[in-house]
Each structure stands twice: as structure tokens, then as C-alpha cells.
Design a protein around this ligand. Structure first.
Ligand SMILES: [Fe+2]
Length: 492
């Protein structure tokens, strides 16, 4: 039967699957790519090869992962994209149909694929010891060739990485080059086992800590300070009865508290201290710092379920007002016997769920955050953008966390931006001195553009736009790798 996405309401406009892989040699460029920008901007997101089997499947989370690469050198840019050849992608392609069931609920798939891993490898990327990984938190990392984007298979760090899963958001310690990461549901579906790892810049596992989270929950990100590792849970949970009912893996339970675990660096599992707070969803943690007895975590968070495609467990309607995600400062007092924390809202007018920093400052005192957000006061072309006014991410902000100022880049009245990526101008550049990169959907020309803006002069607009002659696949997260860390690339 011929494929049709008519029944998938999420597969519309710029979120519709592209279902092709691309090579564009010497892309068209408006403006001038800075001569000191050399490397590769990788991006990854869902690009479903086939529609979901069931209409309530979370297709944004469950589309087949496709990796895109903007390879930039000497003011030029080549583009390439490839699907990650997961067992699901290969099996579906062979059958010319969707054989897998609801998100992370393997029993809802065709009996013939139940032994195959259903990961879609579609969330984030990281580079360690010359290896580029496509990440999805239900699986080991998928190694992808950094030049050809060919799928090389899963990687378990020479058998030393025992967790069955690997976070989409590991952190790189800027002082050591170590990769700090974890897996949750580490021993299997529905387990509350968490395994934390330090992996050296040589790619070898240096240490492992195993602990149990207070609840089974989505644990999408982590934060690091010089002294501590921070883990957090949220209201997304699951249980056997829920999965037996055939539902997508996660449902939101408003009755369960938020737990934040603080583990001393190099400490054993018994030293982790769990704090307990109100209903929150802190999906992405911006950065953290330990100051004396205080641990300060800065994180965007919402008051309740941020994702309409994951149902409320009590059957109630999703609340968009409570899904609004703004930056908060959580302060934990290790000297206090209380298990709660202080919360302060920062930049209440900037709602953005995908923040980044100058990542040379992970775990260190820092000043700037960068985030895409929607500024409804900016002009919007309603003829071309339809009913999306106030809903498109039309700006990137540089948030000054010390001074409170906001500087903004505006992409234009026909553009919507994906996650922002900061790239330092050079290795020794001061914090925030560099470029912001991100892919924009151009509604006027139905094509995608890589925006390059000077992070220190955002109000001046972009310095270059790399124009793709088509609508590129969607993106969740991106990752920059400097040319010095990449093998030489022959685009042919
Ligand atoms: Fe993420």
C-alpha cells in the first residue's frame, strides 16, 4: 500500500517529513561566511520514513533520526544529510511500512519486529575521541561517520559502558575534556536504575556510579559543577499497567514531586542527596555552579507537562499555560536539613525551552545563555506564515545572567528558527565572543537556511545565510565540531 501521512496531524508544513537524503556541494550563500568559522555544524531530528502505526503516537519524538551536516571551510559550505540506519529504519524500509508501535512500547509493534530495538536515534549529537554519536536516551549511542554520515553501529566504549541507555545530553568537562554522561532505565524498560559515567577524551571509560532514582521518570539532561553532578526527574513517568494498555511510554502525573539528585564528583552512590520540590518539568538544564554550601542550577522549566503529545495520566486536558517554559534559578542548600530548594524566575518575558551556553563554560562561573524565543511584537508576514503569528521562534536571545540584559537577533517576518548553537570565534576567545548558528524555516520560499550571526552584535542581524534549495528535515538539537577535531573532508 502506498505511503500516506494524511492521518498524521503533526506531519504538516515545515514539520512534514522530507524522506530524502541530500548532498549539496558549495551551497548558495547570502552575505559572507566568516573566514574564522571552520568546522561542521551537525543537526539531528525526526524525519519519519513512515507514519506512526497509531494516531496517538508521539511522532515528534518517534520519527526516524536524520543527521544533517553543514561543513564550513574558507567561507564555503557543503551540506549533507543521512538517516541513521537503526534496526527500525532498516526493517520498516524493507517492509515499506511502519512495523513498530507506540513510542517506547515495543509490545505494540508487529510481532515480527519485537526482538529488534525500536530506537530512532533522533535527538542530539556529541563528539568524543574522534567519534560522532547520534543520541536517543532509550539506546546506546549510534556512531556516525563525521564526513559521510554513514551509520557505523552502536558503541559501548569497548564493552565498558554497561547501561543499556545513554543520555541525549552528556556534558564535556572543559578543564579535562572528559565526557560525563548517564543512562536511565539503565537495566531495562521501567527500571529506576541510573548509571553515571566519566569517559576520558581518549574514549575510555574512567569511572561508573550506579544508583536508583526515587521514581521512574524521564531524565533528559544533567548539569555539572566543579564539585557536583546534578540529576533531575519530572512528572513524566510510566508503569507496567500503562504500557500494557498500549500507550506511549510517558504519561504526565501531576501528583508526583520533582526530585533533584546532587552527587559529589568522584563520590560513591550513597553520597547522592535527593531534594524534593513541586510539580515542574526542567527538561534541559542550562548550567550549574557550586558556591560554598550552595548548588545553583539555572534551567528553563514549566509548571506542568510541556509536551501535548504525551498524555496526562489522569485523563485531564493538556494545559498550554502551564507548559510555558521560562528560565529559573534553583538554589540548593547543602548545609540545610530541608529537602526543598529556592526558585527564582529569570527573564519572565523570554519563553524558550532549548537554551545553550558557550559550552567551554560548562561547570564554570558563566555569564551568558542563548535561546530561541517568540517575540510577538516583531513583524510577521501573515500571508505567508498563516496562523503562526506569535508561535514561531523568530528571535535568538543572548541573556546576560549577571546584568539582566537581553540582546536579540531577529530572523525576519517569514522565518522560524531551530535551536541555537554558539561557536567561539577562536579557541581562546572570551566567553560569548563568537557566532550564533541555527537553521531557519523560510516560509516565503519554502526552503531552509543556516543563519550565521555575530553573537556580540545580534541587533545588527546575521552576517551570512546558507540557503538550501529545499525544506530540510526537522531538528531537535545541534552540535558544532571544530575543524581541528575533524578528519579532512573531501565532499566528493
Ligand atoms: Fe534535549
Amino acid at each position: 500500500m502506498a505511503v500516506s501521512f494524511k492521518s498524521d496531524p503533526t506531519a504538516r508544513g515545515f514539520f512534514a517529513p522530507t524522506r530524502f537524503e541530500a548532498d549539496v556541494f558549495d551551497c548558495e550563500v547570502e552575505g559572507k561566511i566568516p573566514a574564522d568559522l571552520n568546522g561542521a555544524f551537525y543537526r539531528i531530528g525526526p524525519d519519519p520514513l513512515y507514519p506512526p502505526k497509531f494516531k496517538d503516537d508521539a511522532s515528534l519524538f518517534h520519527g526516524d533520526g536524520q543527521v544533517g551536516m553543514f561543513r564550513i571551510a574558507n567561507g564555503n559550505c557543503d551540506y549533507r544529510s543521512r538517516y541513521v540506519r537503526t534496526p527500525r529504519y532498516i526493517a520498516d524500509r524493507k517492509a515499506r511500512k511502519q512495523r513498530f508501535g507506540n513510542y517506547r512500547n515495543d509490545a505494540t509493534g508487529d510481532p515480527g519486529v519485537r526482538g529488534l530495538h525500536s530506537t530512532v536515534a533522533n535527538t542530539a549529537l556529541v563528539h568524543n575521541a574522534g567519534r560522532l554519536f547520534a543520541l536517543k536516551e532509550d539506546s546506546l549511542p549510534w556512531q556516525v561517520d563525521p564526513n559521510t554520515l554513514a551509520t557505523l553501529g552502536t558503541w559501548d566504549f569497548n564493552g565498558k559502558y554497561a547501561s543499556k541507555t545513554f543520555s541525549a545530553h552528556p556534558k564535556i568537562d572543559p578543564l579535562t575534556g572528559d565526557l560525563l554522561t548517564f543512562g536511565y532505565e539503565a537495566t531495562g524498560l521501567l527500571s529506576n536504575d541510573v548509571f553515571f559515567y566519566v569517559i576520558g577524551k581518549d574514549g575510555h571509560v574512567k569511572s561508573e556510579v550506579r544508583f536508583k532514582a526515587p521514581i521512574l521518570s524521564m531524565m533528559h539532561d544533567m548539569a555539572i559543577t566543579r564539585e557536583h553532578i546534578i540529576f533531575n526527574t519530572c512528572g513524566f513517568t510510566s508503569n507496567k499497567a500503562w504500557l500494557d494498555a498500549g500507550k506511549v511510554h510517558w504519561g504526565w502525573d501531576s501528583t508526583i514531586p520533582t526530585y533533584v539528585g546532587i552527587l559529589p564528583r568522584d563520590g560513591p552512590a550513597r553520597d547522592i542527596r535527593w531534594f524534593k520540590g513541586p510539580e515542574r518539568a526542567a527538561i534541559h538544564l542550562l548550567n550549574a555552579e557550586t558556591r560554598g554550601n550552595k548548588v545553583i542550577v539555572e534551567t528553563p522549566a514549566s509548571d506542568a507537562n510541556p509536551f501535548p503529545f504525551f498524555p496526562q495520566m489522569d485523563g485531564s486536558a493538556w494545559n498550554p499555560a502551564k507548559a510555558r517554559t521560562v528560565l529559573r534559578r534553583w538554589t540548593f542548600d547543602l548545609a540545610s536539613k530541608k529537602d526543598s530548594w529556592e526558585e527564582e524566575i529569570l527573564f519572565p518575558d523570554i519563553a524558550g525551552a532549548l537554551p545553550r551556553i558557550d559550552e567551554r563554560f560548562w561547570s564554570l562561573p558563566y555569564r551568558y545563555g542563548f535561546v530561541g524565543y517568540s517575540d510577538a511584537s516583531r513583524p510577521f508576514d501573515e500571508k505567508r506564515g498563516g496562523n503562526l503569528k506569535g508561535r514561531v521562534t523568530n528571535c535568538y536571545a543572548r541573556l546576560d545572567l549577571k546584568g539582566g540584559q537581553v540582546a536579540s537577533y531577529f530572523a525576519g517576518d517569514t522565518h522560524s528558527l531551530s535551536e541555537v548553537q554558539f561557536v567561539p570565534r577562536h579557541r581562546g576567545a572570551a566567553e560569548g565572543d563568537g557566532y550564533l548558528l541555527g537553521v531557519a524555516a523560510n516560509y516565503a520560499e519554502t526552503c531552509s537556511e543556516l543563519i550565521i550571526a555575530d553573537a556580540t552584535r545580534l541587533a545588527d542581524g546575521d552576517v551570512a545565510r546558507v540557503k538550501l534549495p529545499f525544506r530540510a528535515h526537522t531538528q531537535v538539537h545541534g552540535w558544532w565540531v571544530d575543524a581541528a577535531d575533524l578528519p579532512l573532508c573531501d565532499p566528493d
